[in-house]
Design a protein around this ligand. Structure first.
Ligand code: HH2
Length: 277
């Protein structure tokens, strides 16, 4: 037997579909509903297991979007994706009324970067909707989160926060098996001082006993490790991060480059299988 961690199943690949005009990573190229739908179709063809659709950028300094505008951008897109086939849709929103409209249009996962803290009714809405929920760690709020974040023990603090949010969700009536956790790479974390230990400590987040979603694709820490490479130049680093997540046992990776990630994960899983057989 090898002493390497055993990969039981490769993580699911969640493809990112942005219906936002100012997303940092694709410059809002997918704002028009038709273009966003085309992009969704392409990610499905490339092997996405889940699509994550969002209409509000969480980038520091991004313009806030009203709930009405989010609903207007997301609902037709979600309905169209669901009409195409069976790929589950997750909605990236912090607003309970948007989550509700998205579920009515066919989404089944609420991906909330605020871990159901944005509105007083978020927890009760998640319980009422009965959907899966992704509870993500973020220090501060999107506008200010990168202003001097401080941690004494970043992995321990993120794990404690996520365990507390999972408890709060369950106390509000969200079923345990509906809960995902996400360390929130890049959300209120210093580029390398915090994101790297978190990437290295993912197994401690996995050990909390919930499926873990990892979103490291094209994030700034990759650029920081490669001479300031821009978002479009971070594919290699994004794949390295996805493979590190798989080794730590994450259940899903949230990525822009679905085809390349699926291939990398398949090769890694095959090598691990050959090693342990
Ligand atoms: N990262 C982003 C947005 N949503 N959700 C989860 N659960 N985890 C993440 O790491 C995460 C997320 C940021 O990436 P992107 O969507 O590419 O950019 P933008 O925030 O501009 O939409």
């Amino acid at each position: 037997m090898s002493s390497q961690p055993q990969i039981i199943a490769r993580p699911k690949v969640m493809g990112i579909v942005n219906a936002t005009p100012d997303s940092f990573s694709d410059g809002g190229r997918f704002l028009a509903p038709e273009a966003a739908l085309d992009h969704a179709r392409r990610l499905i063809a490339e092997g996405a297991d889940i699509l994550d659709v969002g209409a509000e950028s969480t980038r520091p300094g991004a313009q806030p979007v009203t709930a009405e505008a989010e609903v207007e951008r997301l609902v037709p897109l979600i309905a169209a994706i669901r009409a195409e086939g069976s790929v589950p849709v997750s909605v990236d929103t912090m607003k309970p009324q948007v989550a509700r409209a998205a579920m009515a249009a066919g989404a089944t996962i609420w991906n909330d970067v605020t871990a159901l803290r944005h509105a007083p009714e978020s927890l009760a809405t998640a319980a009422d909707l009965g959907c899966e929920v992704v509870l993500m760690h973020m220090k501060g709020e999107p506008r200010t989160m990168q202003a001097e974040p401080h941690y004494d023990d970043v992995v321990g603090e993120v794990a404690a926060f996520l365990a507390e949010r999972a408890r709060a969700a369950m106390a509000a009536g969200v079923a345990r098996e509906k809960i995902w956790l996400d360390p929130g790479i890049g959300f209120g974390k210093h580029m390398l001082r915090h994101n790297l230990p978190l990437m290295a400590g993912l197994d401690r987040i996995v050990a909390l006993g919930f499926p873990v979603l990892l979103g490291a694709s094209r994030k700034a820490f990759i650029g920081a490790l490669d001479g300031g490479a821009g978002p479009d130049q971070r594919l290699g680093g994004s794949i390295a991060a996805a493979l590190a997540g798989a080794s730590a046992g994450v259940a899903a990776v949230r990525v822009h480059d679905v085809r390349e990630t699926v291939q990398a994960l398949a090769v890694q899983a095959a090598i691990y299988k050959a090693r342990s057989s």
